[in-house]
Design a protein around this ligand. Structure first.
Ligand SMILES: Cc1ncc(COP(=O)(O)O)c(C=O)c1O
Length: 365
């Protein structure tokens, strides 16, 4: 039965400890934000080397709070890559700021600092730096541009840049704990800050009721039973990351020699393989269908680049990534099913190697 079922593209990793943690939180009668949320914030802050965290209902909510805490509003511009999911674009629009999209580097899929530099204006108030697919962005270059950096660690909790965990470099950072993220609380997110004043400002924005004064604040709270799951997941993070790396090593070994380009990891950073993304040349969509027919759910790792939503032209790196990047299943519970994925990918390529774009293979090795 299992061998003929479809292998999902992503999947949460949940076990007995997680179920017990949620049950204990519910049995305690403390359902809304409480001590487990506080403990979860402290643990994520310690992991990332920040002064503290503000747990919220999603990564998008965390980014919205981050922008408001930084004082970003109408008339201000926020730079972000076009090769990204829609959540950050919503957050920027909610803050009333103007999104300024820039192109990505199609070899790492992360922001290209030279494009960012060219997009800076006197209205630029923040730079959103995602560590896409689990690979840290070029932080030293991006941070040297003199604009407040918000690290987007939604896909990279536990990754390191020059041996320090991501999340602790920018003025602020955000995480997502959506169901299939590295660790999950179902839905959820967190803002992290190095500066205690920014942290207090974000906390203030979340505590919307029973205040002496009124200003627009946000009920973005996380529940205590979500935080109980978050704490339990966080304890398992080292195991989750080790499993992801082992699976990525296996893909690296077994897909070597095929006409595709595996993930590129610069020497000064550590990839946690939230996604295992290969570049396959032209014909991505038929390949996705053929893999699905072979029982493997593969995906475009970014559903639709943001410049396409906004009907903007001129993002060649992003277009290239969108046209050629294919994401294979990778998550701690994949286990032996990886052999089926490898088999399906090998059959796919060995049948049609002649039609692939050899330039990509040469460029990425
Ligand atoms: C890179 C990135 N940033 C931000 C978000 C937004 O997080 P959420 O879905 O929790 O709002 C996501 C999640 O989809 C993401 O992958």
């Amino acid at each position: 039965m299992r061998s003929t079922s479809i292998i999902p593209h992503s999947r949460p990793t949940l076990g007995t400890a997680d179920r017990q943690a949620i049950s204990a939180a519910i049995a305690s009668g403390q359902l809304a934000q409480g001590p487990r949320v506080t403990a979860f914030e402290a643990r994520v802050a310690r992991l990332t080397g920040t002064a503290g965290g503000v747990a919220v209902s999603s990564g998008t909510a965390a980014l919205h709070l981050a922008l408001v805490a930084l004082g970003v509003g109408p008339g201000d511009e926020v730079i972000l890559p076009s090769y990204l999911c829609a959540g950050p674009l919503h957050a920027i629009q909610h803050a009333g700021a103007t999104p300024r999209l820039v192109d990505c580097d199609p070899t790492t899929y992360n922001l290209d600092p030279s494009h960012v530099k060219r997009s800076l204006t006197r209205y630029t108030k923040a730079l959103l730096v995602p560590h896409l697919f689990g690979l840290p962005a070029d932080l030293s270059e991006l941070m040297s541009l003199g604009v407040p950096v918000i690290e987007d660690c939604a896909q990279a909790l536990g990754a390191t840049y020059r041996d320090r965990p991501v999340g602790g470099f920018g003025e602020l950072a955000i995480c997502s704990f959506y169901a299939t993220k590295v660790i999950t609380t179902g839905e959820g997110g967190m803002l992290l800050a190095r500066d205690v004043r920014l942290l207090r400002r974000a906390q203030d924005l979340r505590e919307y009721d029973k205040r002496r004064t009124f200003r627009t604040r946000f009920n973005y709270k996380m529940t205590d039973f979500q935080a109980a799951l978050g704490l339990s997941q966080l304890r398992q993070l080292p195991v989750f990351l080790a499993k992801r790396r082992a699976l990525a090593d296996r893909y690296n070994q077994e897909l070597r020699g095929l006409p595709l380009a595996g993930p590129f990891v610069p020497a000064d950073r550590d990839h946690i393989f939230y996604r295992y993304v290969v570049r396959v040349g032209r014909g991505l969509v038929p390949m996705l269908s053929r893999l699905e027919r072979a029982g493997v759910s593969a995906r475009r790792p970014v559903f639709r680049p943001l410049h396409r939503y906004l009907k903007l032209a001129g993002f060649p790196g992003t277009e290239e990534a969108w046209r050629t990047a294919l994401s294979l299943p990778i998550y701690p519970t994949l286990k032996g099913d990886i052999e089926r994925v490898i088999g399906a990918v090998r059959r796919l390529f060995l049948g049609q190697a002649g039609g692939l774009d050899k330039k990509i293979v040469r460029a990425r090795g």
